[in-house]
Design a protein around this ligand. Structure first.
Ligand code: GLN
Ligand code: ZN
Length: 772
């Protein structure tokens, strides 16, 4: 029975790679020192795999920034703007320039994207890796792109593992997924036309690995979890016919993950490789059928341990699934693995000292998942593993029965939700009339998205308070002073709908999670988001309930300081779900229902406290979309319903806002409209209002605030610039529906830029009011 993994977290148990890379970027350590840290981390990660009894350790899964960027270097496709001299291998300076741009990178906002410098040479774009929260750098390919082998990384890391006496299996992103993830630099350019040119580099890589003594190489083609185009299918056939013949001694393991194969199954199994890896967590239902069709003599790697969550696996069904496969294939050709790379799980539970021990007993991070893989393989091999299997069963049973998870009141309330709860009292036109009468806002009302600068001072006060060095009273006074200052400033600037500034919040999900039953936090559960940036998603482990109002006192205090209508600010149920590790013992939809109900109570309490406008942020609505188009409708159906559930409890006069910060709406516009938020604010400035065309064609019915200030850049936009953007918006959006606001929250900006930009923004709105 063979065990292996598809990849391991690179960042290190104590985020050593983050510390070292950031020190290197600041010039505090040398490249050699950075390389030493990397080498130590790789050795430690291989050691953990070896210790756990993993037969093939993964190599070349390490990265200084991102595996797609590594692949781009491997094939030498450095875009011209980075001034790579083009001789020899891609050097580390060029590598980091592609990742971070030529000026120091900007601070990131909550959306998790690094938006790059505003001037100088912009970094490669970044986007989400399939449906994970990991971001990869987007290769840029055009008719002039030339390829050649320009990195020794796979060979060096293989040699490094070999020197440590390990059996290592190099991991490389396959050519078709690489081309699929790239963006074309020329309009209409067909990326797959480059296949002929890129394949020789892959062939050379395979030959070199074979010469170095590699037995297997894992080529990742997660595009198999997507709807494949004819061009992708043809490219896969051609690529693997060539690669399978490239290095006769070297066996290829073709890996897909993040979803079942479905209609791609025949193509996948027809490719002439030596072994196949499937995701048997998301594709559990088809695993037996796939096993039944694996060609004679070939290996099937079955990914039964979920690489994307933090829960102990239920080993009973996993073992049953593996047994079913073994009956068809025998145990010789069956490999046991996690579903995907463990990159998406935190490193180890070892450092979690503060977490509730009962909850800890239900968890498995990357290191613990290695042991699960081994245990399953041993069980299949007929070894006596009854004791650890019993332990696993006991932990799962304890979790199933735990009163910490199940609350009868929450379950009853979720079960009692009716379609009426998804709707406001009256349709939008009536609500709009009432709100306009009630709020008495001028045309093009000005507002912001919620947060004001989270200065070092704000963060320091919070840190002191958390450590107990600042009393509750002192911290509260500090926050109230910040709020008061910010409200005064907004009055001075003449902002029509002010906000309190969100100074009390560390993070838009964590802040709410900390106040909800059913959420837990780790000390060290870091997962790489991109480059050196990690996130520590909270764990939604049980039925969610609100202990007490979460934001009301701050919003109410802010409202008490002004006659202007203050806007309350919440994170929506879908974003809470998307940015947490969530339960695997019930559908995501049900967890989101609990969240929506808790938020609904908060919305109603804000209304009672006198807030006339309440914003429910849903920046993660879009990223929850399933990988397959055919599943979009189902997801959007419940996701939109649950947003409506959170918003639906208020009177017509109360204005519900929502906010989203991305520029792709066209394919989900009907769902955006179905949210039925009275006002939506969106990111629009970088596209120069281009994206509003979609809203106009669709005749988006409700009010809308297209961002006129790109807050991802420190630049202060002029009044004229924002006026022009508003005018462009006015060409397609009815006057009564148009708001003036920035693209996103201001937490990453400095006060000076904020004051200057808001002043210009208000002036722009006023200038337009005069004209119209
Ligand atoms: N209200 C949040 C803020 O202003 C919204 C953040 C986001 O959209 N990512 O910071
Ligand atoms: Zn935003």
């Amino acid at each position: 029975m063979t065990t292996h993994i598809l990849g391991y977290p690179r960042i290190g148990e104590k985020r050593e790679l983050k510390t070292a890379s950031e020190a290197f970027w600041k010039g505090k350590i040398s490249e050699a020192e950075l390389q030493q840290t990397a080498e130590r981390l790789r050795a430690a990660h291989w050691h953990a795999q070896k210790q756990a009894g993993i037969d093939y350790v993964a190599c070349n899964d390490f990265s200084f920034y991102d595996q797609v960027l590594d692949t781009l270097c491997l094939v030498g496709a450095v875009p011209a703007r980075f001034h790579w001299e083009g001789k020899g291998d891609v050097d580390l300076t060029t590598y980091f320039r592609m990742a971070r741009g030529i000026l120091a990178a900007e601070k990131a906002c909550d959306c998790g994207h690094d938006h790059g410098p505003s001037e100088g040479v912009p970094a490669l774009e970044m986007t989400k890796w399939f449906d994970t929260n990991y971001h990869y750098l987007v290769p840029e390919l055009g008719p002039d792109t030339a390829f050649r082998l320009a990195s020794r990384k796979p060979f060096n890391e293989f040699a490094e593992a070999k020197a440590l006496g390990l059996r290592a299996k190099p991991v490389i992103l396959g050519p078709v997924t690489f081309l699929s993830l790239a963006k074309a630099t020329a309009p209409g350019f067909d990326r797959f036309s480059l296949l002929e040119k890129i394949l020789p580099v892959y062939e050379e890589t395979l030959r070199k690995l074979s010469a170095a003594g590699a037995e297997w190489v894992q080529l990742d083609e997660p595009v198999f979890a997507l709807d494949l185009s004819a061009a992708q299918r043809a490219a896969l056939e051609k690529a693997y016919a060539r690669l399978a013949a490239a290095a006769p001694g070297l066996k290829i393991l073709l890996a897909t993950y993040f979803g079942p194969l479905q209609d791609n199954r025949d193509l996948f199994l027809s490719l002439p490789v030596a072994g196949y890896h499937i995701d048997a967590v998301r594709g559990a239902e088809e695993a037996a059928a796939v096993a039944g069709r694996v060609p004679e003599g070939k290996v099937l790697s079955v990914g039964v341990i979920d690489g994307r969550n933090i829960w102990k696996a239920d080993l009973v069904p996993a073992l049953a699934l593996l047994n079913g496969v073994a009956e068809r294939l025998g145990t010789e050709r069956l490999w046991v693995a996690p579903s995907c790379s463990l990159l998406h799980a935190p490193v180890s539970l070892r450092a979690e000292q503060k977490i509730d021990p009962e909850l800890k007993g239900w968890l498995a991070f990357a290191e613990e998942k290695l042991a699960e893989v081994r245990l399953l393989a041993d069980a299949l091999a007929g070894k006596d593993v009854s004791a650890p299997l019993r332990e696993n069963a006991a932990a799962l049973e304890a979790r199933r029965q735990s009163p910490k998870i199940h609350r009868a009141d929450v379950a009853a309330r979720a079960a009692a939700v009716t379609p009426q709860d998804f709707s406001r009292q009256s349709p939008f036109p009536q609500r709009q009339a009432r709100q306009h009468e009630h709020l008495k806002l001028p045309a093009f009302p000005t507002t912001t998205i919620g947060s004001f600068p989270q200065t070092a001072e704000v963060r320091a006060a919070r840190a002191k308070w958390k450590k107990g060095e600042l009393s509750n009273e002192a911290y509260e006074k500090f926050l109230k002073d910040e709020i008061a200052k910010t409200v005064r400033l907004q009055e001075e600037l003449d902002i029509d709908m002010p906000v309190h500034g969100e100074f009390e919040r560390n993070d838009m999900v964590e802040y709410f999670g900390e106040q909800l039953e059913g959420y837990a936090f780790t000390e060290n559960g870091w997962v790489q988001s991109y480059g050196s940036r990690c996130v520590k998603p909270p764990i939604l482990f049980g039925d969610v309930a609100r202990r007490a109002p979460m934001t009301v006192s701050w919003s109410q205090y802010a409202q008490s300081l002004t006659k202007r209508p203050m806007k309350g600010m919440l994170t929506g149920p879908i974003t809470m779900l998307q940015w947490s590790f969530v339960r695997d013992d019930q559908p995501r939809r049900l967890s989101a229902t609990h969240l929506a109900l808790a938020l609904r109570d908060e919305v109603c309490d804000l209304e009672k406290a006198g807030l006339a406008a309440i914003q429910i942020d849903e920046p993660a609505l879009r990223e929850g979309l399933p990988l397959r188009r055919g599943e979009w409708e189902e997801y959007l159906g419940w996701a939109v319903d649950l947003f409506r559930l959170s918003a639906g409890g208020v009177k017509d006069e109360t204005q519900i806002h929502t906010h989203m910060c991305y520029g792709e709406f066209n394919d989900i516009l009907p769902s955006i409209a179905r949210l039925d938020a009275d006002v939506i604010s969106i990111e629009a400035s970088r596209s120069g209002m281009e994206l509003l065309r979609g809203f106009a064609d669709f005749k988006y019915p409700n009010e809308i605030g297209p961002g006129v200030w790109d807050i991802h850049s420190p630049r202060v936009p002029s009044q004229k610039e924002m006026e022009d953007l508003l005018r462009k918006a006015l060409a397609v959006i009815p006057r009564r529906n148009l708001w003036a606001n920035p693209d996103c929250g201001l937490k990453t900006r400095g006060w000076e830029e904020v004051v200057a930009s808001l002043r210009n923004l208000v002036a722009a709105a006023k200038a337009l009011r005069e004209e119209n």
